[in-house]
Design a protein around this ligand. Sequence first.
Ligand code: F6P
Length: 519
Amino acid sequence: MHKASKYTVQEQFMSESAWEKLRGLAKPSLAELFAGDPARLDTLATRFELGEDEAATTIRFDWSKTHLDAAHMAAFEELAEAMDFAGRRKALFGGEIVNPTEGRAAEHTAQRGVGKEESVMLAAENHHRMAAIVEAIHRGAMGEVKHLIHIGIGGSALGPALAVDALARDGAMVDVHVVSNIDGCAMEEAFKGCDPAKTMLAVASKTFTTIETMTNAESAIEWLRENGVEDPYGRVVALTASPEKAMEWGVDETRILPFSESVGGRYSLWSSIGFPVAMALGWPDFAEFLAGAAAMDEHFRDTDGSANLPLRAAFADQYYTRLRGCQTRAVFAYDERLALLPDYLQQLEMESNGKSVKADGSAVDGPTAPITWGGVGTDAQHAVFQLLHQGTNLVPVDFIASIAPGHDLSLDHHRILLSNCFAQGAALMAGKESDDPARAYPGDRPSATILLDEVSPATFGALIAFHEHRTFANAVLMGINPFDQFGVELGKEIAKQIEKGGTKFDPSTEALLELAGIS
Ligand code: F6P
């Protein structure tokens, strides 16, 4: 086992001295940083190429409007070394136990073909089976399938919802509805849009025990039955790491698409949890999506120091949380197709790195994951940007946009959209003086810009993999385990006790239960 689970005294000492150094560095303003370094843009804005020929699609990662400079990057590189970033990254890709509290590896990259050989082979076998089922259903093996209701929650829903919304707006091969909330209104909304005779269900749950998913799945089965479908379980495909539980629930083995226990829920979009994406796009596009992520995996695995894009992003994240006290970070997608990206990133970043103890159980040395929030541009400009420009909180912002539009309307739409996106970054940085304090903008507010050539399966795959690795890199720098999530359990346990009855709670909770007629 790699020492991923243990932080040595020497690592602790070296990381403390790297932080000491970081705290002592001068903090020039963004304007000073640009003025003092003519090559700043070349150093901090990098073209990431997907493919090797001239026609390769690219993603531009521009961190030049953050306060990272050569001195900070060098000191963060020392921190990364102190935390054995290279060793821990090797352990991640090598399929070692990097999730010590659950005794598990974290092998999402193997789903993209990058990782331990046996795990890559197992993932390829599972994908082979998934491709065969997707293609068979497209050819009519389950009769006419016009609608697919995908039932899951958290990592079993946010990724599929985002990917389908981003990539399958035009010409989707099936109409996908993702339902996660236990509130029956969510399920009813999906039913309204579906013809039961032409609807199949995907029940997505790593554990196949999650109360919301199983309750929603029962209701969907009931809906099919009540609407004349004779064998509703025959309309179900199960996406799970617990195939035996899916069988017990009533799904035939031939329609169970398994994935490995070592793929975490919020990292599972690449596994069979991506089934609705493959159903909507067709297998070749799903394979492109995996390939785009694999290109980012290889970059992350093979690049050292600040040239490593996810690691560089993590340096900026650490700079703002630990050196500038920022409690939140905001993500604005200037692209309607990526409107669900902030929701997805909330789970990825907050469930992974919202911790108070390190991987060895000791208390963390400083703040961990900031609160990830955001929205879609330009809508958010007219709602929350006031605080970004003039509020008292310093909020590092990521802008994400695509050069190619996703629609056929006049190009005015896209020109105005992108102009606004770039204008916001420029305005946050430049600020504006005024004799009237209410009209003054302090400026020197940071942002990063991720500019895709286009929103395609490959660029989208690379974008999501970039964020997974950024999250991992942040965790390594803070010494925490990003792959467990015990913080979600207590509320679930108490909900179970309430369901069971007989437990006395605090007076406020008791009163609420009584009012709602639950006790
Ligand atoms: O409660 C949190 C969580 O365990 C997430 O980590 C996970 O993505 C989600 O619930 C759903 O879990 P499952 O896929 O097992 O239904």
